[in-house]
Design a protein around this ligand. Sequence first.
Ligand SMILES: NC(=O)c1ccc[n+]([C@@H]2O[C@H](COP(=O)([O-])OP(=O)(O)OC[C@H]3O[C@@H](n4cnc5c(N)ncnc54)[C@H](O)[C@@H]3O)[C@@H](O)[C@H]2O)c1
Length: 308
Amino acid sequence: MEAMRAPDDRLLKRISNREAAIGVVGLGYVGLPLAITFAEAGFSVLGLEVDRRKIASIESGESYINDIASEPLAKLSASGRLKATSDFSRTAELDCIIICVPTPLTLAREPDMSFIVQTGESLVPHMKRGQLFILESTSYPGTTDEVLRPILEKSGLKAGVDFHLAYSPEREDPGNKRFNTKTIPKIVGGYTPRCLEVAQALYGAALNETVAVSSTRVAELTKLLENIFRCVNIALVNELKMLCDRMDMDVWEVIQAASTKPFGFMPFLPGPGLGGHCIPIDPFYLTWKARQFEFQTKFIELAGEVNA
Ligand SMILES: NC(=O)c1ccc[n+]([C@@H]2O[C@H](COP(=O)([O-])OP(=O)(O)OC[C@H]3O[C@@H](n4cnc5c(N)ncnc54)[C@H](O)[C@@H]3O)[C@@H](O)[C@H]2O)c1
């Protein structure tokens, strides 16, 4: 690990001087606001994207995401601070690479790792010693260590020795006017304590608050807990709504009344569909992983059933 000290210190210095070149893989709902946040903090950001229409939009300074205005994007693009490409060989120019690609479910409702795997494979030929790689895609505990790390190590470089590796979940809430990428506290878990230190330094240079946890696994599970918490509580009020219909009561009145309790209660609202594409999917990443430990996540499965 000692051998890593010198490149580490160089990278930390480059981060604190805003000289570090940042790559964001996948400029979607998560990647684009993140890329903008780092560019606005003074970094040069290069988006690595497979969708050429998104690359063209970045070049012409036009936003393709509802909640992101074109104006700041156009400014950053014109100044050259934010660029996009599909050429992964440019990974070699970057100091820090943040991966924000999709993690859907397969037809068999199992975690679809294909986007993470494909991204890893595209990065490998261009990796350099001393770089930092961070996964942000939501996934089950173990993904960074068991899926991404072995792919990146095909480069011949070792995580925690030759390059840094970390996981940091995204907490984007599209449309929320109170919080944005910069102001939402950022959970960070490193493959080693040194990986954590470097990843925290990077986020700390652009975001208001980082929260360190002891491993990439803990960071991965933290994100799933947040979404499972919502999924299960929405199922609970959906069940109550169905009972209230039979008992001829207004569930909204009950929830509103319960919300006057100043402690220990948080309102969740019933509805015909779960919001976004995270809550209906992410909990099943844990259900799948739990099976490898001969454990059944009964709450999650029941919540899925009630919500369906
Ligand atoms: N949308 C949200 O509100 C939200 C919130 C928290 C976490 N997440 C998680 O973040 C991750 C990304 O979600 P999103 O909503 O931004 O998805 P998205 O579909 O909006 O964006 C993903 C982007 O990655 C690109 N991409 C796919 N494969 C690629 C590859 N091999 N190389 C480069 N680019 C590639 C796609 O073209 C797309 O632009 C997912 O794991 C999701 O669960 C999303």
